[in-house]
Ligand binder design. Structure first.
Ligand code: KIV
Length: 286
């Protein structure tokens, strides 16, 4: 097993990882215990993703997630992260109306959510917002390719940039967000050769999800890779590293059966009281 450095991960650290050819790991967390486990496992970046909407809040998409939701979850995650960098998503419509709005939203994620960076979706069309935030000292991670906040415009969760024209646009977006000052970018659901081209052309790290093996890092939704949820659908780019959903289901069924059958609680799960006190109690009742 690789030894995990104790140095706190920041933007300079991630840039150094790219220069040295070391792969960056990023996983999602929305709560304190999960973030603590990721941090202790040496995961470099913990993403408080707006996937919280689908994964734990029961929404159909990320669109209903609010800035208040994100602040709440980012705060819990930030309390647990000692080494990992905490990046929080700017949710839908919290950075589109104006650069002033974007700055205020990002400010809340940093000040109240205690995140160390924010992530936003989009390419050239969000470069003004990125510039403004970076000028104000807020590190920004970009996210291009399949951008779930635009799912209704994209017509579903599908691979982006398969045709040359769309691929040119994504290359242009990648350069534009880098130029605007983003310190890294997520490439979601783009063909592996395109992700490779972007990764080789840029000096900032790329972190792929469904973007093949050539990115500088990889991100997954933790609940997906642990099979921890009640959803039926798993995207093909997810590797399942554990089947916690099945284990949890088994444990819940055992609890139900043991309570119904009187096997739980056993004597070792309860508390006794001194005999003489019990006697006094019984006498007092008669
Ligand atoms: O919200 C999220 O979890 C994300 C990842 C899929 C990159 O943006």
């Amino acid at each position: 097993m690789n030894k995990v450095a104790a140095e706190r991960v920041n933007t300079a650290y991630l840039a150094r990882m790219k220069r040295e050819g070391r792969r960056i790991t990023m996983l999602t967390a929305y709560d304190y215990p999960t973030a603590g486990m990721l941090d202790r496992a040496g995961i470099d970046v913990i993403l408080v993703g707006d996937s919280v909407g689908n994964v734990v809040l029961g929404y159909e998409s990320t669109i209903p997630v609010t800035l208040d939701d994100m602040v709440h979850h980012a705060r819990a995650v930030s309390r647990a992260a000692q080494r990992a960098m905490v990046v929080a998503d700017l949710p839908f419509m919290t950075y589109h109306l104006s650069t002033r709005d974007a700055l205020a939203s990002a400010g809340r994620l940093m000040q109240q959510g205690r995140a160390q960076a924010v992530k936003l979706e989009g390419g050239r069309e969000v470069t003004e917002q990125i510039r403004m935030m970076v000028r104000s000292g807020i590190p920004v991670m970009a996210h291009i390719g399949l951008t779930p906040q635009s799912v209704y415009q994209l017509g579903g969760y599908r691979v982006q940039g398969k045709e040359a024209e769309a691929a040119f646009k994504l290359l242009d977006d990648a350069h534009a967000v880098q130029e605007a000052g983003a310190f890294a970018m997520v490439l979601e659901c783009v063909p592996a050769p395109l992700a490779r081209m972007i990764t080789e052309e840029l000096h900032i790290p790329t972190i792929g999800i469904g973007a093949g093996p050539h990115c500088d890092g990889q991100v997954l939704v933790t609940h997906d890779m642990l099979s921890l949820g009640i959803g039926e659908f798993t995207p093909r780019f997810v590797k399942k590293y554990a089947d916690l959903g099945a284990e949890v289901a088994q444990a819940l069924a055992s609890f139900r059966e043991e309570v119904a059958g009187g096997q739980f609680p056993a004597p070792e799960h309860g508390f006794a009281m001194p005999e003489e006190e019990l006697e006094k109690l019984k006498k007092g009742r008669n």
